[in-house]
Write a protein that binds this ligand. Sequence first.
Ligand code: SF4
Length: 481
Amino acid sequence: MNPLPAEQLHKTLDNPKLQVAIYDATGRLMDKRKTSIQPSAIEDFQSYRDQANLIKRHAIENLDFYLEQIEENVTRRGGKVLWARDAADATRIVLELAREKNIRSIVKSKSMTTEEIELNEHLEHDKIEVVETDLGEYIIQLAHEKPYHIVAPALHKTRYEVADLFTEKLGVEREEVIEKQTMIARRVLREKFLAAELGITGANFLIADSGAIVLIENEGNARLTSSAPRIQIAVAGIEKVIPRAQDLATFLKVLGRSATGQPLTVYTSFLSGPRRPGEIDGPEEFYLLLIDNGRTRVLADKDKRQSLYCIRCGACLNHCPVYRKIGGHNYPWVYSGPIGAILSPQFHGVTQDPWLPFASSLCGACGEVCPVKIEIPKILLQLRTEVTRAKQREGKDVWERRAFRAWSWLMCRPKLYAFAGAAGGMIFGGSDSKAWWKKAPLPFRIGPLQKWLSQRDLPPPAARTFRQLWRERKALRDRTP
Ligand code: SF4
């Protein structure tokens, strides 16, 4: 059981530059999304969310059928589908393939699934050079960090930090202009593309009825990764499958807008198998690696399986007041923000990071903006219940349970409850101190309750209780002719 990373959290909260960077970047993405879904920009955006939800629900409810269909169609087009039960299985498959084909250099485009299975670390351990080609991913790879955000992995880095990083790692002159930094990365990455023998991409969608893999991006690096090297592997979670090509029209309407406020991203590539005779580019060999890694466990839960609808747009992160304060690296897994708070406990078990489902104000913003309408707040509440039950089974949080039992005992005795309220009001009522509870009986000042109160301003009890006010008002009304 991992404790709340309190020290690391406070480092983020106490870093004003980082706070501004997170707040500005997520704020910009929120504004762009808002503008892009105005009725003047798209008619009835909400109906596309409904459609996206229905398509995903249908695909997930019939996942076995569509997975078989995509395997059949990818194979028919000359590709090969590989299946991995978990992260170890997936990395073993890629490593064995790289060894068999004598691969020494790999280029990669952005893929959260490969982050999830820590593919780079395994390849590097085997002395294979692997280079991220998305600019944000390249920056964090140089910095040896994890993505800070699903869509914007280097969201927390200022251009000055990137300038220092490029000088230190690439030996170039310090350059603070973003466009010039981009050109530096582009020059380095061009060479890597030309030398790479294997390209590893993710997949935004897998189209079952045609066997096509869809890549959505802005930089063109995924297209190069899938076309320049001799061999390509597309790594995807099994939940990425959608039934038909025409379903994509709905997702293209909602994904770009929700992620970056773009009506459409710059590149949408459809890959279907290896290069065919007469084609001038594309890989000679094509593999689709489909990963379970806990997804079928999520699928088995009727209430929470909607978590698998996620299309990784990042909108819930941008709108989450908690993510906007604590950033991406305080979450225990690669998936951060509200989607991370519901995925991680389901993949790893609720007892691994029991604080995670509670890292939410339950304001509901995540559910409001999710383009596939995942009911994130509802799932958070279900996970909280599971955490509480697990703790109960393990005999943890005894004091909290006793306190609530005492509270419920009191609430069931109206006369005693009224007396206690009046007594509390008489003793502490009207206190102007936010820390009135320091004068309270011993149980308030020790243990977890004291810790809880040290982070919050608990209003002092009112001088007069609700019952007293009600009686007074009623008497006044009765006297009024
Ligand atoms: S849960 Fe919804 S809003 Fe969050 S990343 Fe996934 S699709 Fe986007």
